[in-house]
Ligand binder design. Sequence first.
Ligand SMILES: [Zn+2]
Ligand SMILES: [Zn+2]
Length: 208
Amino acid sequence: MLVFTITVGPFFENCFLVADEKTKEAWIIDPGAEGNRIRSEIQRLGLKPSKIILTHAHGDHIGAVEELRQFYKIPVFIHEKDHPLLISPEENLSAAFGMPISAGKAEEFLVEGGRLNLGELNFEVIETPGHTPGGITLYGEKAAFTGDALFAGSIGRYDFPHSDGELLFQSLQKLMKLPDDTVVYSGHGPATTIGRERKMNPFLLDLD
Ligand SMILES: [Zn+2]
Ligand SMILES: [Zn+2]
């Protein structure tokens, strides 16, 4: 598995390119902004994008969705409960930040336990709501793309209008059941591992 991180936009959001080494087929995870830069990276790396996958639909994670969907003619995957955020600048909070952002409707909905294959790579959808109602983690190949549920040394905000702190902590409990050596790719900040967060993350010390 190849993973490339492109940090984009005013919120330093991490867009990930995940690719199968052999076929160069790639997924674009959370293209938050700067579609031009994401496109030139894809070209430079010789990747062939086949899907856009969204961990959730806050404005900082979706700003380049429409541009890339139309350029590559590829489908957008999201959890149904975050779909209202995808299509509305008010719901995804970008309007409140003075930069209204939205996208057209998604082609596919992600569900708990859903399996997705990228060439020879296998991934599974884990529902991790709380930061938003339809937040998901894409898990597979010893990696977890957690969006804004879990960060290195921190956790997602749960004071937003659609957030739910209790749900977020349940989601974090689920994530802490993954193997220690799982690499965590977060929506913001550096990568970490489940083992490291279980030991060091001050927000997770009281979890069972
Ligand atoms: Zn968010
Ligand atoms: Zn974010």
